[in-house]
Design a protein around this ligand. Structure first.
Ligand code: ADP
Ligand code: MG
Length: 345
């Protein structure tokens, strides 16, 4: 490195930094394969990827529930790689909140202090205080079965916060909830994270959930990080074919000059015989295979004859556009687009 190079901008403080972090279970391939990641302090970070890609292994290593094969984990610049879970400054919130059904909300929240030998009066005072902070003080004596899903989530949050963590780790906390509650609960999680100003690291396999929650999304595949960025950035500029396909709503098209990702609402379609120019790219001939009414939109499935060969493509048309020029299965059309994003090979 050049000794007289100008000093770099200081990077914003990282709550958690992973350096060449690797997990290899006995006899297996690397579940987490040397990943590097900086998670900004006070941010909501979602680790996103298909089942088996290494999200939970990564989270459990940060929590100290799983040993590290190689690499390092820093929490606020402290190397915590070999510290016991309780000494790290992290806390974990589990799937479906995992509250003790036979304990009151208050005793659930106070549980970890009880394990540490904190006297009853003190631990109850602290637990009550935390329940007040999540607007659950008046229900402290209820058992989990007597609380709504939303109220249980707040108890679980208070229970995780009682150890005064710097970083809250959440492994698929919403995945066992029914869809309506899941959407309600994720809005609450997001609100609490901003209000508390803590760093949240949330594992999910749901693109929709990650996009709704995250300041920063980390898309993982096969133990590696494919892309890190804001939901907007990742959705609009997927770096790789994997990210474009996994996020959904995109077509991956080989133009002959490389692969591009095109949002299916950025596709342009015209009848095969129409003479007018169409979009920014040379039109590709295609045949309609499916027409699916989705309310505001109509989703067309097509078989396109791209440079690289037959390619399945979907096109989302506003209902009004479809109604003014409907398409039917079997019809030949031309496809183009008005915005494409090149994909890394
Ligand atoms: P995710 O949370 O993304 O679904 P995991 O981190 O749970 O992925 O798993 C990553 C890979 O490691 C998978 O191939 C999984 O089978 C393997 N794995 C996870 N936990 C263990 C374990 N305790 N022992 C052996 N292999 C494991
Ligand atoms: Mg998992």
């Amino acid at each position: 490195m050049d000794a007289v190079a100008p000093a770099q901008e200081p990077a914003p403080p990282a709550a958690v930094e992973l350096i060449a972090l690797t997990k290899r279970y006995a006899g297996g391939a690397a579940a987490v394969d040397g990943i590097d990641l900086r998670i900004a302090s006070g941010s909501y970070c979602c680790l996103l990827g298909p089942s088996g890609c290494g999200k939970s292994s990564t989270l459990r290593m940060i929590a100290g529930h799983e040993s590290v094969t190689s690499g390092d984990i820093l929490l606020e610049n402290r190397n915590i790689t070999d510290l016991p879970a309780a000494a790290r400054g992290t806390a974990m919130m589990f799937q479906s909140f995992a509250l003790f059904p036979h304990l009151s909300a208050l005793d659930n929240v106070a549980f970890s202090l009880k394990m540490k030998g904190v006297a009853k009066a003190e631990r109850h005072a602290k637990a009550q205080d935390l329940l007040e902070r999540v607007a659950m003080g008046h229900l402290a004596q209820r058992k989990p079965g007597e609380l709504s899903g939303g109220q249980q989530q707040r108890v679980a949050l208070a229970r995780a916060l009682i150890t005064q963590p710097r970083v809250l780790l959440l492994d698929e906390p919403l995945s066992a909830l029914d869809p309506f509650l899941r959407i309600q609960m994720r809005a609450e999680l997001r609100r609490w994270q901003k209000e508390l100003g803590l760093t949240f690291i949330h594992v999910t396999h749901s693109q929709e959930e990650a996009m709704a929650l995250a300041d920063t999304m980390v898309v993982m595949n096969h133990g590696l990080i494919e892309q890190v960025g804001s939901p907007h950035r990742i959705y609009n500029a997927p770096a790789t074919e994997f990210v474009a396909r996994f996020m959904g709503g995109h077509n991956v098209i080989d133009t002959g000059a490389g692969k591009v990702a095109v949002r299916n609402d950025c596709m342009l379609i015209a009848p095969a015989e129409a003479p007018a120019a169409l979009g920014a790219a040379a039109p590709i001939p295609a045949t309609i295979t499916d027409v699916e009414y989705q309310g505001t939109y109509v989703l067309l499935g097509l078989q396109a004859r791209a440079a690289s060969g037959p390619t399945g493509v979907s096109v989302m048309l506003p209902e009004a556009a479809f109604n003014s020029r409907p398409y039917a299965p079997g019809e030949d059309v031309r496809l183009s687009w008005n915005a494409a994003h090149p994909l890394a090979a």
